[in-house]
Design a protein around this ligand. Sequence first.
Ligand code: DNO
Length: 404
Amino acid sequence: MRQTWRWFGPADPVSIDDIVQAGVQGVVTALHHVPTGHIWTPEEIRARQDAIATMSDGAPSGLAWEVVESLPVSEAIKTQTGDWRAHVEAWIASMRNLHAAGIRVICYNFMPVLDWTRTDLAWRRPTGARCMRFDLVDFAAFDMHILQRPAAATDTPEALRDAAARRFAEMTEDRKAQLAANVVFGLPGAAERLSMGDVRDLLASYAPVTDPVLRRHFHDFLEQVAPVAQKLGMRLCCHPDDPPFPLLGLPRIMSTEADYVERLAAVDLPANGVTLCSGSLGARPDNDLPGMMRRLGDRVHFLHLRNVRRDEDSIPTSFFEDEHLAGETDMVALIDAVLSEEARRRAEGRADTTIPMRPDHGQDILDDIGRGGQPGYPAIGRLKGLAELRGVEAALSRSHGVTA
Ligand code: DNO
């Protein structure tokens, strides 16, 4: 695996100097300041590459921008309204500019309205560490009583409705405000901070977009972008839904292995690939991560390794982000499957034998607490996760004929 690290740009409190010391091989970043639907220009891309290449004292960092996460797909593209065709053109133009700058892997997602969703961004673990959590009761309380989505009550099972009403009645005003902010936190580093009114308007714009409609829109998008990517030698990789079950009455089409199989077959080109995020997919007990790596491995262009612990084996369920080797995904088996895939690619003589991986998220531990980093992206918690994953890889590599 190629060890990479997500960086949110010059404002990220985890600096390039820190990343160099983490000992990674490459950087994952995005131009979060460019509004969705606009072109990423060669100048902006170059400025970010320069920032990555240089440490604070001017010394070379030895690092380069290797993976884009994310090149955002606008709501207009997902709903096929307004300027959507121009947005697809802009997406392709950005891809061409990234290619010209030497970048080959682009991660994106097709989640309506909200990117990843949590109810707690700093949930206390018994050790005092902090992590992210998705709590179904809190989420239903948000949906029914804070957002007051008209269909929320009918969409929520009765037992959950009652629990949510009780939870809401006990909430302080501060907790209500915090819960609303946490749920709509959206993309880290993104300019968009949504009000409840904005969320209601966005949800309303999805009224005609059922699951089959969103699937069709996704396939239309893939038919435009994947052949261009293929010609250029770019690898596109779609991130799964997080959490991987329906929320707020919105369509959800990238939550399971079957979803991936369908989307990969829709445009059957190597450039149309997968971001295998073990943390997002792992919130469903029916997603067998090592098996998905074995079966979809050929098209896996990017790995997010993290682990969650579910409260129950139901879908949906509450869950929290556990330590990298401590959640319910068998991380050793998953890395073993990754190494088998890399060995298979080597034997085939493929150019992309080493799959970029990043330690995804991390708990806030030690000096992370109070440092004010992006939720889920602390320096030390991620470094601990990376060190553990690296250890597993080093140990398993021998049996795959590689000396780490
Ligand atoms: C959360 C991330 C996601 C991811 C996007 C990819 O921490 O894994 O925000 O970057 O969904 O498009």
